[in-house]
Design a protein around this ligand. Sequence first.
Ligand SMILES: [Zn+2]
Length: 168
Amino acid sequence: MIITHPLTPAVDLSEAEEAYAIRASAHSADPSVLRVAQRFQELVTDLDVARVILALERGANPVRNRADRWSMPSWNQLRGMSSGRLSNAVREMIRTGLVRHYRDHDGDHLIPAPVHFRMIHQDATQTSACLFVGEDLGPMRARLVDRLDLVDCLNCEAAISTGYVRGL
Ligand SMILES: [Zn+2]
């Protein structure tokens, strides 16, 4: 159940919709706890990235043209987001490791990074429970949630289930 502002109509999301929403915002973090290299450039916002991840997790497959610009096959999939804005968001997501980009005979594919279980440390920094390789370096960002049922990293699940959490 998502609590909405009292002046807005109550939004009763289905469980699946709530799961999509939590996973789509799992990259969000206060800039003060991010390394400079992890902060989005090109005026890309957390919300832009959330919208793109939501579309990807719902099965959208953006296409890339020869000028390295991305667009959605259907305008409906990212209502109102221009190709320029989408392209900046996708480039920043690739740079920060939030999506993996590969190309095969079917064209370009963007695969969202796995969602990890959030660990909050004494200095307020956040890491995954599995401390995946590269997480502590440069621009790499993590998708972190507090609900184990929304995690899809097997190493995080293993760390939690054995009670052995690296780095703590
Ligand atoms: Zn993990």
